[in-house]
Write a protein that binds this ligand. Structure first.
Ligand SMILES: *Cc1c(COP(=O)(O)O)cnc(C)c1O
Length: 365
């Protein structure tokens, strides 16, 4: 019996399910002829704010810029230290470096893959100004102990929510804990645009105004530049597309959770599966397993026409771009990078696809 290939992701199929709505939206957009910072951006910010129950949403060009602009608002002195997990996507680290700040790596918990709250306090020095948490793979960090140390030490808290749209911790949404939260709507994210897009959520009216200025040349009024800004506006067309997909975000998340539940209940014990706890509503941006023979497992799945990815193959401190950190050692993070494998778990996959992946995986010897 032959089987069709199961790719890791299929964005074409995913977005095809919104085809007629997207086409209508583009047609309206073309008729209107307003291309930058128009009604679609304003409406998306309002609607994404309603989804997150946070009124202050500022649309920006991408997730990296969302992190950078959030840090810019904090006005930290150059050289100040920001605590960040050692196993995040490179963007989190780049944002810190681009703001002339120093990333201080904190090891993750080997069970959750998220920053280990017990290690935060010991990493704090008199130069520490902020903690940047990353809700990796769609699982919220353990926020209570993090909030307690952040409050006690007077640090700013910034959440990298690029993988966690709609995830909750004790019923509270990712992006509602910190002074700032950065979202990416890169096409593969749970809420994905048809190009680059991002947003920042902030808590204060002052930062809300500042973010709007920063993304648009530091300008509050046309041709009047109050601060040194950027060009990092959320594209009007992407905002329009995001407005089509936002009402389906819960449906997308529910679908991914259903697929993840199949893996959780059907994969045999030879694979290390994500830890699920009732306090955490995981939205499975990525469904990962770990295995000591990860590379052989990946090749085996490919032989059976099943696509996988590795998030991520190289730890940030081992990247060529981070030469000054290459000598450092983060064994927990390295263990994750060496053993993790991301399995198909998309809105574009059916339950039958996942049962097929499970069947092949459980025969791995
Ligand atoms: C995707 C991602 C980003 C960056 O988002 P872009 O929109 O690609 O700039 C930042 N942090 C994490 C954890 C991500 O997964």
């Amino acid at each position: 019996m032959s089987h069709t290939a199961i790719p890791y992701e299929n964005l074409n199929k995913l977005n095809k399910s919104f085809e007629s709505l997207l086409k209508q939206k583009f047609s309206d957009f073309l008729d209107k002829g307003w291309y930058v910072l128009g009604e679609e951006v304003v409406a998306f910010e309002k609607e994404y704010g309603a989804f997150n129950q946070e009124p202050h949403v500022v649309g920006v060009a991408n997730g990296l810029d969302a992190l950078i602009l959030a840090l810019k608002c904090c006005n930290f002195d150059a050289g100040a230290e920001v605590l960040v997990p050692s196993n995040t996507y490179i963007a989190t680290i780049l944002a810190i470096l681009h703001c002339n700040l120093v990333p201080v790596f904190v090891e993750p918990d080997i069970k959750t893959y998220n920053i280990d709250p017990t290690r935060i306090a010991e990493a704090i020095t008199d130069k520490t100004v902020a903690v940047m948490v990353v809700h990796l793979y769609g699982l919220c960090c353990d926020m209570d102990p993090i909030l307690s140390v952040v409050e006690k030490r007077g640090l700013k808290l910034i959440e990298d929510c690029a993988q966690a749209h709609g995830a909750t911790y004790k019923g509270k949404l990712a992006g509602t804990f910190g002074d700032f939260a950065a979202f990416s709507f890169y096409p593969t994210k749970n809420l994905g645009a048809l190009g680059d897009a991002g947003a920042v959520i902030c808590k204060s009216e002052r930062h809300f105004k500042q973010l709007k200025q920063l993304r648009n040349y530091g300008s509050e009024k046309k041709y009047l530049n109050g601060i040194v800004g950027y060009n990092s506006r959320l594209d009007e067309l992407q905002a329009a597309f995001l407005r089509i997909k936002l009402p389906y975000l819960d449906k997308i998340n529910t679908h991914k959770k259903k697929l993840a539940a199949i893996y959780q209940s059907s994969l045999n014990d030879g694979f290390i599966k994500p830890v699920v706890h009732s306090d955490f509503d995981h939205v499975y941006h990525i469904y990962n397993i770990r295995h000591p023979e990860r590379d052989r497992l990946k090749a085996y799945l490919l032989e059976h026409h099943i696509g996988t990815e590795i998030h991520y193959p190289v730890a940030p401190h081992k990247q060529k771009a981070m030469q000054s950190m290459n000598h450092m050692s983060f064994p927990v993070s390295e263990e994750i990078h060496n053993t993790t494998l991301s399995l198909p778990c998309s809105f574009a996959h059916s339950e039958a696809d996942i049962y097929r992946v499970v069947e092949i995986l459980n025969k791995f010897k």
